[in-house]
Design a protein around this ligand. Structure first.
Ligand code: CP3
Length: 342
């Protein structure tokens, strides 16, 4: 099978670089906003049919090399008995603040984890062109714990950091439960048709390197190893954590994805064994329209070697992004061979 994205993940040379966009099924799409007038986000994400329709939307509009299933990082957590709403981000009913909170989590039957996501993956695969890869995803244990402990997304997650300092054993137990759930969740996604998976560690950078090594790394590494042992290609994404990039580069994943603060060419240069990299245009640049987008993508393509480079943004696409900017991004990638002509 000649899926460009999978070739790039394997660091094979490709006719051109593959491109997809984090949060590509989101609010910048007029068709998505239309659906949101009729349904809440929770209704959209909990219906396999609507989630399938939304997963396919960006691929119908743009020649993207991958679809990513429409769900949230919170989608598998009801299997643990966690209750939450969206406003607009996740708001957890009973935040976990001690060992008793961890002990109250339910035992998991792997077959019951987010069945709507599995159905959406199967239905999407049936509709997608063969050459388009289908991505599954999950939140990294620490990023999920951020919501479970803090209760919602707040700047710098102070309650979470206090919990990490005061209750390291409870945090360890929580991360172990989450890592175990995510392994089952990702294995099920691969079985349902995901060609590769992205692990989003959006709040990776909240602790120092030493605390990350001690508290977080063992659980993230165990998750990545289990998924790798099952033969599933892994894209590991970290956000706002420049002090951790070297540590993440040592974790077992086929692809390291970084945000726009990081020099992607330098990350690529670090890998002796030529692992793939993904990223990393600043999503804010796209707000400025097609011309600045084209300039930023051209510069990225010149700096970063094509072998093993998956083009993407450095974080999720912003709601006010003009469609022309998305077109300009993809077109610039598709026209790369013309760029280098004299
Ligand atoms: O953006 C990231 O850092 C990626 C990881 C992540 C997702 N959800 C993946 C996702 C994180 C950190 C979240 C938490 C979350 N959930 C937020 C962030 C803000 C906060 O308050 O902490 C929000 C707004 C939600 C709720 C949510 N998730 C909405 C309203 C939507 C709809 C589409 C949109 O972009 O607004 C989502 C979808 C979603 N979350 C996807 C993914 C991978 C679906 C796939 C896609 O949009 O392409």
């Amino acid at each position: 099978m000649s899926k460009l994205l999978l070739q790039a993940i394997d660091c094979k040379s490709t006719a051109r670089r593959p491109v997809w966009i984090m949060r590509q099924a989101g609010r910048y799409l007029p068709e998505y906003r239309e659906l949101r007038r009729r349904y809440s986000f929770k209704e959209l994400a909990s219906s396999a049919d609507l989630a399938t329709e939304i997963t396919l939307l960006p691929c119908q509009r743009f020649p993207l090399d991958a679809a990513i299933v429409f769900a949230d990082i919170m989608s598998p957590l009801p299997a643990l008995g966690v209750e939450f709403e969206f406003d607009p981000g996740p708001v957890v009913a009973n935040p976990i603040r001690d060992q008793a909170g961890v002990d109250a989590l339910h035992d998991v039957d792997p077959e019951t984890i987010a069945p709507e996501v599995m159905t959406a993956l199967k239905q999407t695969r049936a509709e997608l062109p063969d050459e388009t890869a289908l991505l599954g995803f999950c939140g990294a244990p620490w990023t999920l714990a951020a919501y479970l402990v803090e209760g919602r997304g707040v700047k710098d997650f102070p309650t979470l950091r206090a919990f990490a300092a005061a209750e390291p054993a409870a945090l360890d137990a929580l991360l172990a439960r989450l890592a175990d759930l995510m392994v089952h969740y990702l294995l099920n996604q691969a079985r349902a048709g995901a060609d590769a998976v992205q692990i989003f560690d959006s709040w990776a950078g909240l602790l120092s390197l030493a605390d990350w090594e001690r508290l977080i790394r063992p659980h993230l590494q165990a998750l990545l190893e289990a998924v790798g042992n099952a033969g599933i290609p892994r894209i590991l994404f970290l956000q706002n954590a420049p002090h951790l990039v070297e540590a993440y580069a040592d974790l077992p994943a086929e692809v390291l994805a970084v945000d726009w603060r990081v020099d992607l060419a330098a990350v690529q240069g670090r890998f002796q064994d030529r692992r793939a990299v993904q990223g990393n245009i600043d999503p804010a640049i796209l707000l400025g329209g097609a011309a600045p987008t084209r300039a930023a993508v051209t510069e990225l393509l010149q700096r970063v070697d094509a072998l093993g480079h998956i083009v993407n943004l450095g974080h999720g696409i912003l709601p006010d992004t003009p469609l022309e900017s998305v077109e300009a991004l993809i077109e610039t990638v598709h026209n790369e061979s013309e760029l280098s002509r004299p």
